[in-house]
Design a protein around this ligand. Structure first.
Ligand code: AMP
Length: 280
């Protein structure tokens, strides 16, 4: 695997590969890699000649400086995992390689930006689109792979790609879970053994929704799932939404694509998870 820290050298290298008609698959990450990330790399490998993975903890998508500071950074272990997975290129830039001083960025992403995660993390999706736009411009991939784990992020990035007519195909990849159901996340590292047990209520509530979707109406389902989560010690619910999979507005019985999304603080760690209840 080749590692680049400079966007210019990476671009020059990719230029040569593209000149020989190689297709490029791209996976953007913030590092502290786990099997979930690796599953994206594996799919990208199957579908492209060359796989590029970025590891960059993007400061502009953090609205809480403490969260940014304590975000896990494990580049040596990440490099080994990527090598083992057969990734071809790692892009691991410093912050000043990606940002030139006080850059301004604002994209009118519509109301989806302000719902759910957007409400609890104001400005988050401006930071996400800012960095993904830069990364797409540098890598110029044929396909880019993102996890369903960050469902709303996928919708927002799709919207940006449409708005800016970016020549990239987006692929949504399934959520990888631990054997007990917990969605894999770089943030799981921060969970104490007790938190780790309490955190299971999130995937349990989502599974319950999937299993009982046909047995209750939507308000009842939402109420029951909220009750399950609220009765778990050490878990503070931010939101549990049963939403239209395209707009993230509350779903009704007539909604074509339905997804349940949850966010909660478990101890000091904020976790998100979701499940698709009705495929559109
Ligand atoms: P992150 O490093 O958390 O920004 O995640 C990088 C990419 O990996 C995003 O597209 C995530 O949605 C995806 N991802 C994170 N966790 C998982 C998981 N458990 N399963 C599949 N993909 C994931």
């Amino acid at each position: 695997m080749k590692t680049f820290t400079s966007k210019k050298t990476l671009q020059e290298y990719l230029h040569q590969l593209k000149a020989s008609n190689k297709t490029i698959g791209f996976v953007a990450t913030m590092g502290a890699l786990h099997q979930g990330h690796i599953s994206l790399i594996e799919l990208a490998k199957q579908q492209n000649d060359i796989v590029v993975c970025s590891v960059f903890v993007n400061p502009t998508q953090f609205n809480d400086p403490k969260d940014l500071e304590k975000y896990p950074r494990t580049i040596e272990a990440d490099t080994k995992m990527l090598e083992q997975a057969g990734c071809d290129i790692l892009f691991n830039p410093e912050v000043n390689e990606m940002y030139d001083g006080n850059e301004q960025w604002h994209l009118n992403l519509g109301e989806t930006e302000h719902l759910l995660e957007g409400e609890f993390r104001p400005g988050h999706y401006q930071g996400v689109t800012q960095v993904v736009n830069k990364l797409f411009n540098i890598v110029n991939p044929d396909k880019a792979y993102f996890g369903q784990k960050d469902y709303q992020q996928f919708l927002i990035i799709s919207k940006m790609v449409d708005m800016l007519n970016m020549p990239v195909n987006l692929v949504m990849c399934p959520i990888l879970r631990e054997a007990d159901g917990l969605a894999m996340s770089s943030r799981n590292i921060h969970l104490t053994p007790e938190d780790r047990q309490h955190a299971l209520v999130l995937s349990k509530a989502l599974n319950w929704l999937k299993d009982n979707f046909d047995k209750h109406n939507i308000p009842e389902l939402k109420q029951e799932a909220e009750k399950m989560i609220n009765s778990e010690p050490g878990v503070e619910l931010d939101y549990l939404a049963i939403a239209d999979g395209d707009t993230l507005h509350p779903a009704t019985e007539n909604t074509k694509s339905i997804v349940a999304l949850v966010a909660a603080k478990v101890g000091k760690t904020r976790l998100i998870d979701n499940v698709i209840l009705v495929h559109g």
